[in-house]
Design a protein around this ligand. Structure first.
Ligand SMILES: NC(=O)c1ccc[n+]([C@@H]2O[C@H](COP(=O)([O-])OP(=O)(O)OC[C@H]3O[C@@H](n4cnc5c(N)ncnc54)[C@H](OP(=O)(O)O)[C@@H]3O)[C@@H](O)[C@H]2O)c1
Length: 253
């Protein structure tokens, strides 16, 4: 899995152009879901970008009310791909743990529709229950994650169980980029707040999925491999944690 990817929620206008531009800038992973309405545009971008299919990691999701196997096939039809690299259960169902969804995703994996399967917005307890019932660990838990809202306990759990955390809303949807402490630390590194947030994830071993429509933002968010946040500042960033969520609540806590 590449170290960071392009989020595509609310990228539904001119998706193909935005994704084409991102792939040209160097993004190697794209995150989507049927309910983002970006799969067709991503499919167009993948077909016309001139890059081999294997060089782009495609993540999509199925919903709690779906037949997971069929929904995976429908996602692939929209994307016009023969396989996805990762398919996630978008959210845990209201009742139960998603055991049937998981078994159907396992079937999709066995039949070659997807390389890896995972979950999104699951708590530690929900992952434990899923694994207890099915015997298979998710490869990924995709959750909202930033210095302002994260969980050290989840980080340790995922590290111990070889589950990759993918960070959604890693830029807090832009809502906390003006935070004084964040902005002044970023300035010390000669970087933008967005770059500092992305780099913080990389140094934790978390895979951020910043969404950017604008070409300048897309480029900026890739320019995060030429500096390192000092350990002392990593700790300072972690102390900004107030379980903040751009959506109102961190569902996995
Ligand atoms: N699994 C889930 O339940 C779930 C939920 C939500 C999101 N996601 C995934 O995670 C992705 C990212 O989350 P998100 O879209 O909610 O929010 P985000 O990536 O935290 O923030 C996106 C916003 O930040 C702006 N931005 C991007 N780069 C910037 C920069 N360098 N400087 C200043 N502003 C910048 C974007 O502007 P422009 O677009 O105008 O460039 C956009 O308004 C989603 O797109 C989606 O793929 C998953």
């Amino acid at each position: 899995m590449p170290l960071l990817g392009l989020g595509t929620y609310q990228l539904k206008h001119h998706t193909a152009n935005s994704v084409t531009q991102a792939l040209a800038a160097g993004y190697q992973m794209v995150d989507t879901s049927a309910d983002y309405h970006t799969q067709r545009g991503i499919g167009d971008a993948l077909r016309h970008c001139g890059l081999p299919r294997e060089s782009i990691y495609v993540v999509t999701k199925i919903e709690a009310t779906d037949d997971a196997f069929e929904a995976t096939r429908l996602n692939l039809a929209e994307l016009r791909l023969d396989h996805a690299d990762l398919v996630l259960i978008h959210r845990p169902p209201e009742r139960g743990i998603g055991e049937v969804l998981w078994q159907e995703l396992r079937r999709a994996k066995r039949e070659g529709l997807v390389r890896d399967i995972g979950v999104s917005n699951y708590s530690i307890e929900q992952i434990e229950e899923l694994v207890y019932r099915t015997g298979e660990l998710p490869a990924v838990n995709q959750i909202e994650w930033s210095p302002f809202g994260h969980s050290p306990r989840m980080l340790d759990f995922c590290f111990d169980n070889h589950i990759i955390i993918q960070a959604w809303s890693p830029l807090t949807r832009g809502l906390r980029l003006n935070d004084d402490k964040l902005a002044s630390m970023a300035a010390r590194y000669g970087k933008t707040p967005a770059q500092l947030l992305i780099r913080w994830n990389l140094q934790l071993g978390v895979v951020p999925l910043p969404k950017a429509n604008h070409a300048q933002h897309q480029r900026e968010n890739l320019e995060v491999f030429d500096f390192e946040i000092r350990q002392m500042d990593m700790v300072k960033l972690r102390t900004l944690n107030e379980h903040y969520s751009a959506m109102g609540v961190l569902p996995y806590i």
